[in-house]
Design a binder for this molecule. Structure first.
Ligand SMILES: [Zn+2]
Length: 96
């Protein structure tokens, strides 16, 4: 029962951490440098950051964004699971 709870905490925490960095992929062309939306752009420069837009860079994935609430929640879950595991399975570690 407790082991199952620990597994779930670790699983959820790990998943949250892992998915905290997400690449915004809505299929629309975006600047590879600043992820500015490039739909309808006719020039060769990103109007937002000035990066050169070529056919090659046009199809690069935009930078991944970190979702900090997700990251922190995942970290807290993992830390909670860890401290719970120490308390339950290795109580002698925190006794002295
Ligand atoms: Zn840009």
């Amino acid at each position: 029962m407790l082991a199952m709870m620990l597994m779930m905490m670790i699983g959820c925490g790990g998943w949250l951490l892992f998915s905290a960095r997400e690449i915004r992929d809505d299929g629309a062309p975006r600047c590879f440098n600043c992820s500015y939306l490039l739909t309808g752009l006719t020039s060769d420069c990103c109007p937002e950051c000035g990066a050169e837009i070529t056919d090659e860079t046009r199809h690069l994935a935009p930078p991944a964004e970190t979702s900090w609430p997700r990251f922190i929640l995942g970290l807290l879950l993992l830390l909670g699971a860890f401290s719970l595991a120490v308390r339950v399975f290795m109580p002698e570690l925190i006794r002295n």
